[in-house]
Design a protein around this ligand. Structure first.
Ligand SMILES: NC(=O)c1ccc[n+]([C@@H]2O[C@H](COP(=O)([O-])OP(=O)(O)OC[C@H]3O[C@@H](n4cnc5c(N)ncnc54)[C@H](OP(=O)(O)O)[C@@H]3O)[C@@H](O)[C@H]2O)c1
Length: 343
C-alpha cells in the first residue's frame, strides 16, 4: 500500500451526517494531509454545499461510479447497507475504506482497529478496515493495558449510552421529548425521562446486537477468543458521550489500586479523573468534544481474588467514531507514506 509520495485523496461517505461532519472537524483539527476531497451522501443531499477546512464543497450522490477516480482513503459512515454495497466497490478500485458501520467488523479478512490496542493489524488489511462500535472503542482503550500487564479472565460491561449514538434522529427524539413531544423516531419508547435497556435489535440469545458487538469486538481487538465478556447496554437521556461501568477479573494479582491508577495514567489515550472525595470522576458533559477516554471510580472488586471496577467515559462521536477512524488513517500514513521515522 502506497500513496506514492503524494498527499492522499479522500472521500467522506455520509459527509452530511453526525459522524461525517465530525470526520470533517477531526481531519481539520489534526491537520490530516490530503490532496483532493470528495463529499458523498444520499441523493437527498446531492448538490448541497458543506464546509471543510475553510472551503466549500458540493455534496455528491454516492453511486457505483463514485470511486472511478484516484481516491486513496474513504471514510464511510452512511450505515451498514451502504457499506455492504459500496465498500467492496471502493476497495476493488484501490481505495482503502475505513468503515464505521458494523457491516465488516467481524469479517475475518477485515482488521478491526483501536490504534491504542492493535495498531499493527492495519498491516493485513485487504482494502477494508473496520472501525469498532463506539462503546467497544472506549472500553478497549482502557482494557488493553490491564490485559497486557495482568491478563484478563472476565469482563462485565454495563453501559449508559448517549442518544447521539443513534445519529441525528436520536438527538431529535431527546430534544423533542424534553419539550414534551415524544416523537420516537429512533427508539421504541420515549427517551426523555427514561432509561432503555435496549440498543439495536434483540438476537436469539436474549442479548441485543449492541451487547453482542461489545462482546465479540472486544475479543477480536484483543486477539483472544477465549476472553469471557458479558454486557448490558442501555440508552440514557444524555446527548453526548457514552459512560460505562466496567468490571474486570484479572488473571494475575495486583498490589493496590494506586498501581492500577498509575498504569491507566501512563497508558495512551487515557486520562484519569479519580478523586471521588472531591467530586472528581469522569463525566459525560466534560468528555464531550474531546478525544480522550476518561477513567475513574477505580476500586477493588472484593468479590473475587483480583478484580477491579471502574467508570469509563468518552465522546462517542469523536473517539467512539470519527477520531478513531482518522487515527486509523494516520496509521496508514505512518506505515507507508510519511517519514519512516514516524513508524
Ligand atoms: N453516532 C454514533 O455514535 C456512531 C458511532 C459509530 C458508528 N456510527 C455509524 O456511522 C454511520 C452513520 O451514523 P451517523 O450517526 O452519522 O448517522 P446520521 O447522522 O443519520 O448520518 C447518516 C449519513 O449517511 C448518509 N446516507 C444515508 N443513506 C445513504 C445512501 N443510500 N447513500 C449515501 N449516503 C447515505 C446520510 O446522507 P443524507 O444526509 O443524504 O441522508 C448521512 O450523511 C452508521 O453506520 C452508524 O452505525 C455511528
Amino acid at each position: 500500500m502506497s500513496f506514492e509520495g503524494r498527499k492522499p485523496n479522500l472521500a467522506i461517505v455520509g459527509a452530511t451526517g453526525l459522524v461525517g461532519s465530525t470526520f470533517r472537524k477531526v481531519l481539520e483539527e489534526r491537520r490530516f494531509p490530503y490532496g483532493d476531497v470528495y463529499m458523498m451522501a444520499s441523493a437527498k443531499s446531492a448538490g448541497i454545499k458543506i464546509d471543510f477546512d475553510g472551503k466549500e464543497y458540493e455534496v455528491e450522490e454516492l453511486t457505483e461510479r463514485s470511486f472511478d477516480r484516484p481516491i486513496d482513503i474513504a471514510l464511510f459512515s452512511a450505515g451498514g447497507g451502504v457499506s455492504e454495497k459500496f465498500a467492496p466497490i471502493a476497495a476493488e478500485n484501490g481505495v482503502i475504506v475505513i468503515d464505521n458501520s458494523s457491516q465488516w467488523r467481524m469479517d475475518p479478512t477485515v482488521p478491526l482497529i483501536v490504534p491504542e490496542a492493535n495498531p499493527d493489524d492495519v498491516k493485513w488489511h485487504k482494502g477494508i478496515i473496520a472501525n469498532p462500535n463506539c462503546s467497544t472503542i472506549q472500553a478497549v482503550v482502557a482494557l488493553k493495558p490491564l490485559y497486557d500487564r495482568y491478563g484478563i479472565k472476565r469482563v462485565v460491561y454495563s453501559t449508559y449510552q448517549a442518544v447521539s449514538g443513534s445519529g441525528l434522529k436520536g438527538i431529535r427524539d431527546l430534544e423533542e421529548g424534553l419539550r414534551g413531544n415524544d416523537i420516537m423516531q429512533a427508539y421504541p419508547h420515549p427517551i426523555a425521562g427514561n432509561v432503555l435497556p435496549h440498543i439495536d435489535v434483540f438476537t436469539d440469545n436474549g442479548y441485543t446486537k449492541e451487547e453482542m458487538k461489545m462482546i465479540l469486538e472486544t475479543q477480536k481487538i484483543l486477539g483472544d477468543d477465549s476472553l469471557r465478556v458479558t454486557a448490558t447496554t442501555v440508552r440514557v437521556p444524555v446527548r453526548d458521550s457514552h459512560s460505562e461501568s466496567i468490571n474486570v477479573e484479572l488473571a494475575k494479582p495486583f498490589g493496590d489500586v494506586n498501581e492500577i491508577r498509575d498504569m491507566f495514567a501512563a497508558s495512551p489515550g487515557i486520562v484519569v479523573r479519580d478523586d471521588p472525595g472531591n467530586g472528581v470522576y469522569p463525566l459525560a458533559r466534560a468528555a464531550a468534544g474531546t478525544d480522550e477516554v476518561y477513567v475513574g471510580r477505580i476500586r477493588r472488586d472484593f468479590s473475587v481474588d483480583s478484580g477491579i471496577n471502574f467508570w469509563c467515559v468518552a465522546d462517542n462521536i469523536r473517539k467512539g467514531a470519527a477520531t478513531n477512524a482518522v487515527q486509523i488513517a494516520e496509521l496508514l500514513l505512518r506505515g507507508s507514506f510519511l517519514a519512516p521515522s514516524y513508524r
